[in-house]
Design a protein around this ligand. Sequence first.
Ligand SMILES: Nc1ncnc2c1ncn2[C@@H]1O[C@H](COP(=O)(O)OP(=O)(O)OP(=O)(O)O)[C@@H](O)[C@H]1O
Ligand SMILES: [Mg+2]
Length: 320
Amino acid sequence: MLLRGRAETCRVAAAVEVNGLVRRYSPTAGISDVSFTAPAGAVTALLGRNGAGKTTTVEICCGLRRADSGQARVLGLDPARDHRKLAPRLGVMPQAGGSGASGVYPSARVEEVLALYAAMYADPLPVEDLLERLDLRRVRRTTWRRLSGGEQQRVSLALALVGRPAVAFLDEPSAGLDVHARHTTWELVRELRSAGVAIILTTHDLAEAAVLADAVVIIDAGRVVASGSPADLTRDASARGLRFEAPPGLPLGDLEAVLPDGASAQEVRPGHYAVGPRVDPDTVAAVTAWCAKQGVLADNLTTSSRSLEDVFLALTAESS
Ligand SMILES: Nc1ncnc2c1ncn2[C@@H]1O[C@H](COP(=O)(O)OP(=O)(O)OP(=O)(O)O)[C@@H](O)[C@H]1O
Ligand SMILES: [Mg+2]
């Protein structure tokens, strides 16, 4: 197994502890109240809309950005003050295309970059093993600038893991990956978890969060609005969602006017509609009658208990 023989395991239960973190870029941008803990040997997923504050939070925890106030502790240390001490124990995969992106020299070849990073750690993983596991052998002599987006992502993940980190921060690790690479990434994340690593990842793929994460932290407009295991967050048995497909752009304001009190409708992606948070026979009747009035057929109409996506949509609808 790739991670066998890790030099270090995390000895504190809460590998990452964040309390009341604030970082304002402007009156409306930044984070204003982020608190969570991420234990060792677990996957903690930070979820939130674009601009919610996930990367800012991760960057503060990695010591790449200072908070205005609040506290972050990683392995019991202050990531800004104790950066040098902490850096060898952290693995960081920056968001692709983000402001903190990779920093890899564009003309460096994949194997050179990996060897360079490996040389910075006392007990690195064998570069050959990483090339093999992340399916990078074929491009080992390719320069960074000539790699495809998904190949760069895989190199970036390899760089985060090469030092056998005790805490891994992975900012959208599966963004832009093909299905095979995504599964490889999930396997690696599960191996890291079994080896006792604390993994903090961000993702926009809520199905990924549901299968991979032990805990999720939902951040909306710079504040934590919910946290817990995916099962905890979707437990409310009385809450059900209704979904249907129809031509995009239906006037949902009119639909909401005929729905029972408290129900709302959203077009979650073009042509895909969701109604919630509670669904009873009257709601189903109202939706089908309204669709008939619009002259459209509600395809694939289903009702089911809430998914993580339903919970996320309900909690983050306000900030649009
Ligand atoms: N260096 C910066 N200067 C000014 N504003 C910034 C800076 N970095 C981030 N922001 C703003 O802070 C907010 C949070 O950004 P952040 O990158 O943390 O969001 P995110 O949740 O990671 O979003 P995404 O899902 O798009 O990656 C956004 O409104 C962003 O525009
Ligand atoms: Mg981000």
